[in-house]
Design a protein around this ligand. Structure first.
Ligand code: CA
Length: 242
């Protein structure tokens, strides 16, 4: 048996739940012992029907599959598993037959190990290699985005941004949005919002609030915030929805 390359030893793919499909109890127990010793969690089943049920229920990380099984043979089981999943499958067989090897690989087995002579150490090395390959190929889980609110109000710069895009607000639009967004879900009456407005050329009316809100909505919508960010509450006023 070839020793695994040094880098293979360094990059331990970590523990895996392994489904062992093997009808010879001694061999199944031996494989389970080696798997446990390597930190894995084995589950042994003795035929294809049990294997399909176990995999469907528990979605193991790897399947170690004996080719010669009572009932459904290993190749049929491999074909069936491949219709359901891309789980790594390692085939074991007593017959070191080229024909079987090719059939197994064509049906989607990831690797193929002869049982004669049987080397549990080689099985473990292959388990590790297949796991490492499958884990390297698995799409990386997207890192969670930092929790940054979509709407950012910069009081110092008098600037509001949606997803980092400047909303380009007038000072009164900015004041209204700042007040509304400071308390998402709270309904503000028109008189309350009017109190936020300053510097209007002529005395502001409640209609001015409506007009500023209309412009705010348009700017928010153009920035991709949707049209319902500032909700009208009939007979009362407006509310910001986070
Ligand atoms: Ca067997």
């Amino acid at each position: 048996m070839a020793e695994p390359a040094p880098h293979a030893l360094a990059l331990d793919p970590g523990p895996a739940r392994v489904l062992v499909v093997e009808d010879e109890p001694k061999l199944a127990a031996l494989l389970a012992d080696y798997l446990r010793a390597a930190g894995h969690e084995p589950e042994c089943v003795a035929d294809g029907a049990l294997a399909l049920r176990a995999w469907t229920e528990r979605r193991h990380d790897l399947v170690l599959l004996d080719l010669m099984l009572p009932g459904m043979d290993g190749l049929s089981l491999c074909r069936q598993l491949r219709t359901m999943t891309a789980v790594p499958i390692l085939m074991l067989t007593a017959r070191a037959d080229e024909q079987d090897r090719l059939a197994g690989l064509e049906l989607g087995a990831d690797d193929y190990i002869a049982k004669n002579p049987f080397s549990p150490r080689e099985v473990m090395a292959r388990v590790k290699a297949v796991l490492r390959r499958s884990r390297a190929a698995a799409p990386a889980v997207a890192a969670p985005r930092p929790a940054q609110p979509a709407l950012q109000i910069d009081d110092r710069a008098w600037c509001a941004r949606w997803q980092a895009q400047d909303l380009d607000l007038t000072p009164n639009e900015f004041r209204l949005l700042r007040a509304l967004a400071a308390q998402p879900g709270r309904v503000f009456s028109r008189p309350q919002l009017l109190g936020e407005l300053q510097g209007e050329a002529r005395p502001a009316t409640e209609r001015a609030v409506d007009s500023h809100v209309k412009n705010l909505r348009r700017k928010l919508e153009q920035a991709g915030a949707g049209s319902e960010r500032i909700r009208s509450v009939y007979g009362v006023g407006y509310c910001y929805q986070a």
